[in-house]
Design a protein around this ligand. Sequence first.
Ligand SMILES: [Fe+2]
Length: 402
Amino acid sequence: MAVQSELETLNRDSKDWNWLWWFTVPLYPYSKRRTLRAEVVRDTIWTFDQVQGIFYVATPIRMTAVKLEEGGLLIYAPVAPTPECIRLVNELVAEHGDVKYIILPTISGLEHKVFVGPFARFFPNAQVFVAPNQWSFPVNLPLSWLGFPAKRTHVLPDDGSETPFGDQFEYAILGPVAQGIGSFGEVAFFHKRSRTLLVTDSVLSISDTPPAIVQLDPYPLLYHARERASDAIQDTPELRRKGWHRISLFAFYFLPSTLDTLDLLPSIWDARTAIDHSKKNYFGWFPFRWKDDWQRSFDALRGNGRLFVAPILQRLILNRVPKETIAWADRVANWNFERVIPCHFASPVQATPQQFRQAFAFLERQPSSEQAILPEEDFGLLKDVEAGLIKRGITPPAKEKI
Ligand SMILES: [Fe+2]
């Protein structure tokens, strides 16, 4: 009861959103993280959205809770355990039972890995299962040093039926794919009863309008909706949408080919024309000039919301192991899911196994579908990065398509 009243007090002020460990992943919104819970399948699946980002490229990051048949919860890819987040989980615990299993489904996604240890401390009865072949950058620390509870952390076995939740879930491990500074790997989970596929970073879908969690603080959307430093920040649904489209282009292409950036000195000189010189507005600094065809680039990226593979994975990672990736995608596409919940961008995504499989057509010499193939001209910066990494011997060249 004491704990409950303490949490209730916290709810009433912004401490509720605090994430004191923000410095481990120093990304926007820094120490203030809100959490939005959504019930995806009645009394069975819930998602918890938070925002992450850098330079106002604010996008959702998500964990998923699944109710187990025997009672209790399985948590896939924990997010920051702020008081608000823990309170929202505990509301489910009160109704459906304790957190029994916590899954770290990636070996590369630092933005997911950092929260597992701190999250697990709130649920001392939970067993933690991690994707095999974990590594940490810059040095390979044992997981216990990253705050993982040593006595209750296990590596997911190759054979999912050996796990205590193996009767309700199937999973498929992709990777590890060796890359420059570590390895990429991810575990897709299939919840049989609800026909739901959980993935981390492998596939995603972009919504046309900004997700609710991003609209709690629309400032990043409005910042990017402008054309010039001298434009005032205005808030309309249409500007929020425009800002969201541009943020999506930043998130996937880093420097979209449909964007010109001003050099540092001219952009600082340009900042004098801004109306708002507050810190929040980066002192008026807005070094971006979007080209006329930027909306074309966004429309191609979004592809009406179909599932696709992030350009960075297409260009730098999965094209190193096309055979293994296609084999994994085929295995996943054998499950009869009807929705996909990725850890980023839109959720839930209504999609068939075939639509999931089409996202990997970029690895095929003769693509079975063109739906999720992105325009070559939009890969500008990533192509340069790839060439640089190959030249320095950091990453091997891409393999032949299948
Ligand atoms: Fe991720």
